[in-house]
Design a protein around this ligand. Structure first.
Ligand code: HQG
Length: 179
């Protein structure tokens, strides 16, 4: 695997799920000191120079990471399973959003709705191509359309993550239709 992808996967694991593994302490908003990250990369025998790290952040296909303007800290934009607070601002969603999943989860999803599982939120995509990619991580993708504007009108809260992912707590079955 190319170094950039290995670093990105490693950062995702540390900054979203297992900060302890790298001896990191995330603050309440999920930030880790950049120095500690570079030291942890070195300890993991991954490239640990600042230029490579900046490239990983800038060129990341999904813009998963965010740097503090003074480059002192880094965090994952979303997708955490550790308890942190992202200070997201509620926003009105577009009329339709999409969720990519796989056939084997459909019976449960259509019965109990889309649940956040290990993450802080249910992740929804703004377009079907993105949803297809998300679903295809697990097999042959199935796309669900989410009646987001109706949900919102009914009182559900949505957040737009800075990298284009829409987040919400739960999607009841009545808002879901298979494409
Ligand atoms: C499924 C990646 C049974 C759900 C992606 C999904 C995305 C249910 C899985 C981001 C269910 C959870 C998020 C229910 C939901 N019963 N299964 N009631 N409700 N599910 O990974 O949306 O590369 O936590 O369909 O690209 O797949 O990490 O969520 O299959 O943007 O940046 O349970 O993660 O981004 O899986 O993916 P996940 P997701 P990154």
């Amino acid at each position: 695997m190319a170094d950039m992808v290995r670093i990105s996967k490693t950062l995702s694991r540390w900054l979203r799920h297992r900060p302890n593994e790298a001896g990191l302490l995330l603050d309440a908003q999920g930030w880790a000191p950049l120095d500690s990250i570079l030291a942890a990369l070195a300890a993991a025998r991954l490239p640990s120079d600042i230029d490579t790290l900046l490239r990983v952040v800038e060129e990341n296909d999904k813009q998963r990471f965010e740097l503090a303007p003074d480059l002192s800290r880094i965090r994952a934009r979303q997708g955490h399973s550790v308890a942190i607070k992202l200070d997201l601002t509620p926003m009105a969603p577009p009329s339709m959003l999409f969720h990519g999943t796989v056939e084997r989860f459909l019976p449960a999803i259509l019965q109990e709705g889309l649940r956040k599982m290990q993450r802080h939120h249910v992740h929804l995509s703004p377009d079907t191509q993105t949803a297809r990619r998300v679903g295809a991580r697990r097999g042959s993708a199935v796309i669900l359309q989410v009646a987001a504007a109706t949900m919102h009108a009914d009182g559900a809260v949505f957040f737009a993550s800075s990298n284009g992912v829409w987040l919400t707590d739960w999607v009841a079955p009545r808002y879901l239709s298979r494409l």
